[in-house]
Design a protein around this ligand. Structure first.
Ligand code: UDX
Length: 435
């Protein structure tokens, strides 16, 4: 089928390339000419495992192309996927939908026969109806179209695998015609035995928020248990193992640490609370999840402050800046909060991340942090080491080299990747989260 993706961020680019891999003819369109020109030369605007090979392969096969001409890309498509950003409005906590509505308008202006507009971006419940209303006021009278909700559940760093082998695909439609087209698009996935769940539009929109809020709940829950473990001398890793073995609970998303970050959980949790308010509905659990996470992000800072007494003039080495490993995405990364607090308290911060330093420096916009190119090099003369992202290369770190390089012996392990007994044996003063 002929598909157009508008927006070549994480979601649009990965999904577009994967759809081409399924055999569809895909155009990825974006207003950002720099991005599109780069993509035409094979330069990826994001770091995602396997993406460059997938793009190269499908461009060569003639199934994937890039353009800035949004109107033409819409005209040529049978189905238009909207994958533009829905950034959180910092003042209101609501998702900013101006880009989503701009796509609906462009879709309406370029309708040349029955077409479907699919919302891939995470949008509040009711957005598909809003898009439909906007299209009706803009398009020619009697034009035929459908609006569909098809939320994404891709994890950064595993997005291609997640797309090609999903736990489920969720599609919300209002007409039989749209349902049939969407079933055809996802036929290769259904044929591979993965469930393609068809629902009404509003349920599909809510499934995305309910899923992310539930996963965020698991994380905040285990973090709260972790903080309690510290008080009573229990080990959260053991507690999570014991809990997770109950199939009704499940072991995934029960890793305690410095809280969740990224482009989805913080924003989606906030947006769900805000949507609730519009309906006079109080999301008590989700509100608590958000509050627990806000406090959890600062746990490593609090431990550093407690153990180093005064942070003024102290040299703190930070391992890991991205919100999770295998991505250069630093949006809402707990490291941002910890480093800002350290700088404010007068500490010197030296940081290392295998891929995210540049993105982090842009995001922090504070010239005081020194970014190293080697994990051990930044430890020179450090009073403390704090681990904020569980990159594999940190898991296998050599205690002897760390110890030799550092001036102090304090390790704050915000992701519980070291074993306390081993770290203590190597002479470190070790603090994890609930271990
Ligand atoms: C998430 C959802 O998993 C995905 O389905 C959705 O579509 C987009 O949001 P992503 O943000 O890429 O994906 O990352 P994920 O792997 O889910 O991790 C989110 C955050 O939670 C990270 O900061 C991670 O460190 C944290 N986390 C995750 C924990 O602290 N503990 C856990 O047990 C799991």
């Amino acid at each position: 089928m002929k598909l157009t993706f508008i927006g070549t961020g994480y979601v649009g680019l990965v999904t577009g390339a994967c759809m081409a891999e399924l055999g569809h003819t895909v155009i990825c369109a974006d207003i950002d000419a720099k991005k599109i020109n780069g993509l035409k030369r094979g330069v990826m605007p994001i770091y995602e495992l396997g993406l460059d090979e997938l793009v190269e392969k499908n461009v060569k096969k003639g199934r994937l192309s890039f353009t800035t001409n949004i109107g033409k890309a819409i005209k040529e498509a049978e189905v238009v996927f909207s994958a533009v950003g829905t950034p959180e409005d910092k003042k209101t906590g609501k998702a900013n939908l101006e880009y989503v509505y701009a796509v609906a308008e462009a879709f309406a202006k370029n309708l040349n026969g029955y077409k479907i507009l699919v919302n891939k971006s995470t949008v509040p419940v009711g957005t598909a109806d809003q898009c439909r209303a906007k299209i009706i006021t803009t398009c020619k009278p009697g034009a035929l179209f459908d609006v569909v909700s098809n939320p994404e559940f891709l994890r950064e760093g595993a997005a291609i695998k997640d797309f090609l082998n999903p736990d489920r695909v969720v599609v919300g439609t209002a007409t039989e015609q749209a349902r049939e087209v969407m079933e055809k698009i996802y036929r290769p996935i259904a044929r591979a035995g993965r469930p393609v769940i068809m629902t009404d539009i509003r349920s599909a929109e809510l499934i995305k928020y309910a899923s992310n809020a539930f996963l965020a709940t698991k994380i905040s829950f285990i973090n709260e248990i972790a903080n309690f473990c510290e008080l009573i001398g229990a080990n959260v890793k053991e507690v999570a193992r014991g809990m997770g073995s109950d199939a009704r609970i499940g072991s995934r998303f029960l890793y305690a640490g410095s809280g969740y970050g990224g482009s989805c959980f913080p924003k989606d949790v906030q947006a769900l609370i805000e949507t609730g308010k519009e309906y006079d509905f109080d999301f008590q659990i989700v509100q608590a999840v958000d509050e627990v996470n806000d406090a959890q992000k600062m746990r490593p800072y609090q431990i550093l402050k407690r153990e180093l007494k005064s942070l003024k003039g102290k040299r703190v080495a930070v391992w890991g800046l991205s919100f999770k490993p295998r991505t250069d995405d630093v949006r809402e990364a707990p490291a941002l909060y910890v480093i800002q607090a350290l700088l404010k308290a007068g500490a010197t911060v030296v940081a290392y991340d295998p891929v995210a330093s540049e993105a982090f420096a842009r995001s922090l916009d504070d010239k005081k942090v020194h970014y190293g190119t080697d994990a051990y090099e930044i430890l020179e003369d450090a009073d403390a080491l704090v681990i904020m992202t569980e990159w594999d290369e940190f898991r296998t770190a050599d205690y002897a080299i760390i110890s030799k390089a550092m001036k102090g012996n304090l390790i704050v392990d915000g992701r519980n990747i070291f074993e306390r007994s081993e770290a203590e044996e190597a002479g470190f003063h070790y603090f994890g989260i609930g271990v």
